[in-house]
Design a protein around this ligand. Structure first.
Ligand SMILES: [Zn+2]
Length: 410
């Protein structure tokens, strides 16, 4: 890998392709932090308030109302806290990876409005897109049960945001990610099988498999793609006969124009592999997979699914930010509930309640367990109040909640 990178860099340098004219249409952290990534009406509001010397302390709350199946997974907090570091504001938030319901506050910023008004556009973008991806990934996890889910969809989106996509997919419940840089950010090994291009360039499945087996590290699973030139059943047998016990799985990625009834193809491949004594070779499916397709195919698949576009291009969660309190006085636009709030969650039964922030609360009405502030302080005066969990810890939290809330796809 290091050698490949060095070669690529040399090609770029030799051809004078590393100059700044070859740019991406992206912004960097400083552009966002300085308020350049903002909608014009916030910039105009900012200038009006500054000119009129109006500076008011507010609470601004983040909520979403339209969620598939009535729940979502909140992510984006780590990037958001990085954006606010050093600013004179306080933030309360639910933990990253929290399951949330419509209208529940997931985050609240408290401070002078002028100090964060130019960041609203960026904060929403960070929160809305990553939460949408994590929510879709969690939906696929629910559909898949204990089958493996791999995130293959970075290629469908702008490469500059691919690590965020992979992190959100992983947090939502994918077991692994294909993108090398995404895996590096997550501190896990990248996963993958074998592209059609390897089979085409090597000339046959057998040549490709032998080369893969010879060159690639022994701890990387041997997964043969079995639909490049021939029939899935016969290529599966060819792969098994080529690698014998070293073949871990076959992957079926048949184009939709040739799929026919995929469940029957899978049944047939399983049958023939078993007939030939290759019961241990797993079946893995990719191509156009979403939670509905997982439900259709999961009884025919014993390996897992590679999921691309449906997760990486998931619909965003439409959070909005609304002022709910000015100078300690509850106020909000119509359609929103005014005033700071506690979002309480029972430590035992996970029941939840939203109450005004100044209202005292006791133990859980349902089970008598202790209620704790789920929306809790995470930043005070621009400083994080505690260290943040790892992506793996956040994923474990998501999986725990899927179970405890008995989340479904209705
Ligand atoms: Zn309870």
């Amino acid at each position: 890998m290091r050698k490949q990178k060095a070669n690529l860099l040399k090609i770029l340098k030799d051809n004078n392709l590393t100059s700044p004219r070859h740019k991406l249409f992206t912004v960097n952290y400083e552009d966002i932090r300085s308020g350049k990534v903002t909608d014009a009406y916030f910039e105009r509001t900012h200038r009006i308030l500054e000119t009129k010397k109006i500076k008011k302390r507010v609470r601004a709350e983040f909520t979403a109302k339209n969620l598939p199946s009535g729940w979502g997974i909140f992510t984006g907090l780590e990037e958001i806290l990085g954006l606010f570091e050093g600013l004179p504001i306080n933030i309360r938030s639910v933990p990253e990876g929290s399951v949330f319901k419509p209208f529940q506050p997931v985050m609240e910023i408290e401070g002078f409005y002028n100090d964060f008004d130019l960041l609203e556009t960026a904060v929403l973008g960070l929160m809305c897109q990553s939460s949408g991806i994590a929510t879709k990934s969690a939906r696929c996890r629910i559909a898949a049960g204990s089958l493996k889910l791999l995130s293959f969809g970075a290629r469908r989106m702008h490469p500059a945001i691919s690590p965020m996509i992979e992190r959100s997919s992983y947090i939502g419940g994918c077991d692994g990610v294909a993108l090398v840089k995404g895996a590096e950010v997550l501190q896990i090994p990248p996963v993958g099988t074998m592209p059609h291009s390897l089979v085409i360039i090597m000339g046959s499945l057998t040549s490709a498999l032998k080369a893969f087996d010879e060159i690639i590290e022994k701890d990387v699973p041997r997964v043969a793609i079995v639909d490049t030139f021939g029939d899935e059943k016969f290529e599966a047998l060819e792969a098994a006969n080529c690698l014998h016990d070293r073949l871990d799985a076959i992957r079926i990625d048949t184009p939709s124009s040739r799929r026919g009834i995929l469940s029957e193809i899978l049944t047939e491949v399983r049958w023939e592999l078993n007939q030939a004594g290759f019961e241990k070779v797993k079946l893995f499916v990719s191509g156009g997979i979403d939670e509905a397709e997982i439900l259709n195919l999961r009884e025919y698949v014993d390996g897992g699914f590679g999921i691309g576009t449906s997760i990486s291009s998931a619909s965003v969660v439409d959070y909005s930010m609304d002022i709910i309190d000015i100078e300690g006085k509850p106020v909000s636009k119509k359609g929103k509930l005014s005033g700071g709030k506690h979002l309480l969650r029972c430590n035992d039964c996970f029941s939840e309640e939203v109450i005004p922030i100044d209202k005292p609360y006791g133990d859980c009405d349902l089970c008598g367990g202790e209620m704790s502030q789920h929306l809790a302080s995470v930043m005070e005066n621009g400083e994080k109040v505690k260290s943040l969990p790892s992506a793996k810890e956040i994923q474990n939290y998501v999986l725990l909640q899927i179970d405890r809330f008995s989340l479904d796809l209705k």
